[in-house]
Design a protein around this ligand. Sequence first.
Ligand code: 8X3
Length: 262
Amino acid sequence: MTSTQPATLPTTKRAVVTGGSSGIGAATVRALRAQGWDVVAVARRAERLEALAAETGCEIVVADVTNDDSVTQAVTSITAGGRVDVLVNNAGGALGLDRVDGADLGKWSAMYELNVVGTLRMTQALLPALRETAGDIVFITSTAGHEPYEGGAGYVASKYGERVAARTLRLELVGEPLRVIEIAPGMVHTEEFSLVRFDGDAERAAGVYENVDRPLLAEDIAEAVRWTVTLPKHVNIDTMIVRPVAQGGATKLAKGPLGFQD
Ligand code: 8X3
């Protein structure tokens, strides 16, 4: 009689999520944990990570993707703890909404350092481990990496840079069994994205979403991540743009009720 049991039980997959302590990152940690995956949440804020670990059972590593030593230590600890099947490059953010003629050079540099160089640093450091598992690298870019908007140039430039890094890496990895997946969210109402962009100005941050009928939630993007990394391995979702129904483009946003139910 032929046994229908596999010779060995499937190995639990293990993902690393940067910017894992809040927003899309934390939602992705929850979504992959709910799928039965082991997940390492990486972020700077230990207290938030500890709360997420208590809630989800994820592993946590306190690290700053903009710092070489911090990433080296983090990756040493992550790889000592087991295999890495997926890296979700989610850490990132926007600073300000300044026109080019008045832009703050420091903010442009900081966004490039975080969104482009930080992502590169984590990707380079985990690539050997990902090669061992024929893993996936997910880049959470933005629709800002696809089209400019007034006041957005510093963020847009950094997200175009991140997107180009992802596209180039995909070309360079052809012939190896790794997937490079870009998920580009449009308007997502998270706790911190606009608050950080406007330097803690809660009123201005709330104004971004005012009268917008259902901006995306972090969970919507987490579901996109979960779906793309659980598809059969021969399917690579190259680029996925996700916007709320209210948004037709970076500068085209409906205000007021749209008259539909989820
Ligand atoms: C967030 C989308 O439109 O604020 O990445 O740039 S937007």
